[in-house]
Design a protein around this ligand. Structure first.
Ligand code: 13P
Length: 252
């Protein structure tokens, strides 16, 4: 049984103080929620404040990116051990914004994925097609390429610890959500690929989240699909009220 995961990707929003306030508010408002794993992924600068804000709750802390080396002369970068030292348990990797604006390719995502797993961080690996790719009928090809690229050389035992987020690029921040069926079809395809790469057992246990304009109004329909195990929420995770509603939609 895969437990629902609702993760908030705060992207480059929230100062340290704002982040602390949102996190501590959510700690109170989501106190009774036990059957959903809630992960908050603020910017690096607010990780320790958010950790303080959720202290004593069942919520988890995640980062939005990391470097694959454990340390070194990499100005501006952050390593897995640094994230761990702040209490992170999750890290988002290969987000489409990193792929589009920072030149992250599969090979880099793969290095980061391995480093996260070696350090005991749970990677949330993002995959998804752009609009022109969907229109050209290449959705499955692109998603398969992202999956095989990210998992290259990852052993089955480790692969089972990864969380995947299917985020069609055309649905991110656009208000255009994939229909529950469109999303579930791709989720099922991803699970089939994982089954072929590893085993049915590994594929069955991997959580696959949907991301792209998830809102309180569409969350329940998306989350009720058989292969959708949670959501990676951008814009709607920045407001306590909408994020709380989305988390509650994940309660079974
Ligand atoms: P929106 O929910 O704002 O569309 O963003 C989705 C996303 O990119 C989450 O990682």
């Amino acid at each position: 049984m895969r437990i629902s995961i609702i993760a908030g990707n705060w992207k480059m929003y929230k100062t340290d103080r704002e982040a602390y306030e949102l996190a501590s508010f959510l700690k109170k408002s989501l106190k009774d929620v036990k059957s959903v794993k809630v992960v908050l992924c603020p910017p690096f600068t607010a990780l320790s404040s958010v950790k303080r804000g959720i202290e004593g709750s069942d919520m988890f802390l995640g980062a939005q990116n990391m470097h694959w080396e454990s340390e070194g002369a990499y100005t501006g970068e952050i390593s897995a051990s640094m994230l761990l030292s702040l209490g992170c348990q999750f890290v988002i990797l290969g987000h489409s914004e990193r792929r589009a604006y920072f030149g992250e390719k599969n090979q880099i995502v793969n290095l980061k994925l391995k480093a996260a797993l070696e350090n005991g961080l749970t990677p949330i690996v993002c995959v998804g097609e752009r609009l022109e790719e969907r229109e050209a009928g290449k959705t499955e090809e692109v998603v398969e390429d992202h999956i095989t690229g990210a998992f290259e050389g990852v052993e089955s035992e480790q692969a089972g610890k990864v969380v995947i987020a299917y985020e069609p690029v055309w649905a991110i921040g656009t208000g255009k959500t994939a229909t529950p069926k469109q999303a579930n079809d791709v989720h099922r395809f991803i699970r089939e690929k994982l089954s072929a790469l590893y085993s049915g057992e590994v594929a069955k246990n991997i959580s696959i989240l949907y991301g792209g304009s998830v809102k309180p109004e569409n969350a329940k329909d998306l989350l009720s699909q058989a292969d959708i195990d949670g959501a990676l929420v951008g814009g709607a995770s920045l407001k306590a009220e909408s994020f709380e509603k989305i988390v509650r939609s994940g309660i079974i």
